[in-house]
Design a binder for this molecule. Sequence first.
Ligand code: BV8
Ligand code: ZN
Length: 261
Amino acid sequence: MERDLSVLESHTEQWLREVLAQARHVLVFTGAGVSQESGIATFRDPSEGLWARFHPQELATPEAFDRNPALVWTWYEWRRALIANAEPNAAHLAIAQMQQQLRRVTVVTQNVDDLHERAGAAQVLHLHGLLAAARCRQCSAPWQHHGLTAGVEPPQEPREPPRCEHCGGYIRPGVVWFGESLPTATWDAAAQASTDCDLVFSVGTSSLVYPAAELPHNARHNGATVVQVNPEPTALDDTAHLNLRGKAGPIMAAIADLCSA
Ligand code: BV8
Ligand code: ZN
């Protein structure tokens, strides 16, 4: 498929072609910006509807859930519906293509959507969990979603979360909230990949949330080449060897094409 390679100036293209050809292990690290072109709002975007008066970071906490389980549960159920109605975009597809074409590509995401998987990516490491997973807030018994309970329109009324059949506790989303620790095995695998890789693409993340945001810095510290893709400056700008200013879709598609060239 003919792609518009003009998103990359020719000298950048040549440099990227060389680093991709030499790369032994590529780490692709993504944030909410990689799903933005699928129509999924980022954490920097303002909330809507019932949640308009909240910043997402205020809702993504155990305290917010315990204080108002219906409001937080309904927010996640709406996000789950938006994701189910969204399609992977050119960036997700390009990253999956890179995994096919390069020697070794580890995909690490901060996102709780399954768009990387639906684009064909394998062994995706979800540092902050997955919306598709749910469990009991009290006894952690896993809980299986049965279809969607919201549509793409922001719900008008908050709905109580379901109750755990074992202990009666509220069911909560299977995501990592602020103040909660990351899943140990996932974090260890991601940290190991950041130490072992020789090329990092940091795509669509404000690089502000820790410990996830450590990964590209750790890779750079271990001698990797760091490339960032983001339309805005971020906290990673000074660490990246190359900052590609623009949207993930066209840029990652152009980069993936350099792999097959
Ligand atoms: C922990 C799941 C400890 C839920 C999420 C003070 C200093 C440093 C750290 C801290 C601190 N105070 C507290 C902390 C720790 C805290 C933290 O880092 N806070 C930050 C805000 C300072 N971290 C934690 O709490 C973590 N846990 O530290 O535990 C601990 C240890 C032991 C025992 C117990 C506890 C857990 C953090 C995980 C929180 N959960 N998500 C959910 O999804 O609802 S984080 C959530 O926000 C996302 O997953 C994501 O990681 C983050 C938002 O970041 P981004 O993905 O970067 O998205 P964002 O909107 O910010 O940026 C989008 C970017 O895309 C922008 O740059 C934009 O320009 C760009 N973009 C837009 N369109 C496009 C694009 N790019 C490309 N193409 C486009 N089209
Ligand atoms: Zn329970």
